[in-house]
Design a protein around this ligand. Structure first.
Ligand SMILES: [Zn+2]
Length: 216
C-alpha cells in the first residue's frame, strides 16, 4: 500500500514500530519516515499530533501560525490491518472529519465509516468529541464498537449528546479494564494501562498495541 504524504501534510505511516504518545500537552512534531514492511503487515497511520484544540487553537490571531504547513490536527492514530481490511481509530478528535478523510485516502475500505472500532483514552474534548460525526445528524453509523474504560463508558452513556449515540445504536460501547489486553482481531492485541492525568470525567489510559511482529 503506497504511502501518500503530499497534500496530507500531518499524516505519516509506519510499521507497528513506534508512535507518539497521546497527550493533552502541545509537543514538538514526532515525525518518522515510513519503515519498510511486508505488504500485508499491520501499520500505524499518524493522523494528528496536536493538543486537544489542534494547532493553532481557536482564537489565535492571524499570523504565521495559520500557515497551512504549520497547522496540526489533534492527536490521533489509526491502526490498519491490510490483510483483514480493518481499521481502528485511536481517539475521536474534533478533527475527526479531516482525519477520517485522510485515512480513507491512505487505507480505503468498503463502507462508512469503515472503522472496526474506536479506542478512547479519556474524556477531555480533544479525545472523544469527534464521536458526534458517527451520530444521527452526520454518518448515522451502525454499531461502531467504541472501547472505553468504565468511567469513560459511564460518561458517554449518561450524558448528552453521547447517550443518543448509544440509544440509537450508532456506537456500541465495550468496556476496557486496566492492564487487560483485548484482541482486535487474530493478530492485533491492545492493552490499556492507566496513566496519571487530570481525571475529571474519566480515567486516562495509554495503549500498548501488539502486532504480529512489532509493538507500539
Ligand atoms: Zn487530557
Amino acid at each position: 500500500m503506497p504511502v501518500r504524504s503530499e497534500p496530507i501534510t500531518s499524516l505519516l505511516t509506519a510499521a507497528l514500530l513506534a508512535a507518539p504518545a497521546a497527550s493533552c500537552d502541545t509537543g514538538a512534531d514526532a515525525r518518522r519516515a515510513p519503515a519498510a514492511r511486508p505488504a500485508d503487515a499491520p501499520y500505524v497511520v499518524v493522523l494528528g499530533i496536536g493538543q486537544d484544540g489542534g494547532y493553532p487553537q481557536a482564537g489565535t490571531k492571524p499570523g504565521d501560525a495559520w500557515a497551512p504547513e504549520r497547522r496540526r490536527h489533534a492527536t490521533s492514530i489509526a491502526v490498519v490491518d491490510p490483510r483483514a481490511g480493518e481499521r481502528w481509530l485511536f481517539e475521536a478528535t474534533p478533527d475527526f472529519r479531516d482525519q477520517l478523510h485522510a485515512l480513507d485516502r491512505v487505507a480505503p475500505v468498503e463502507g462508512v465509516p469503515g472503522l472496526a472500532g474506536v479506542l478512547l483514552t479519556h474524556a477531555h474534548v480533544g479525545h472523544y468529541a469527534g464521536l458526534i460525526h458517527l451520530g444521527h445528524e452526520v454518518i448515522a453509523a451502525r454499531a461502531v464498537p467504541v472501547y472505553a474504560m468504565p468511567r469513560m463508558r459511564e460518561f458517554l452513556s449518561a450524558n448528552g449528546p453521547w447517550d443518543q449515540l448509544v440509544r440509537f445504536g450508532n456506537i456500541e460501547l465495550r468496556t476496557l479494564d486496566d492492564g487487560v489486553g483485548i484482541a482486535l482481531n487474530d493478530r492485533i492485541r491492545v492493552t490499556p494501562f492507566r496513566v496519571p492525568h487530570r481525571d475529571e470525567y474519566s480515567e486516562t489510559v495509554g495503549f500498548r498495541i501488539q502486532g504480529p511482529r512489532r509493538t507500539v
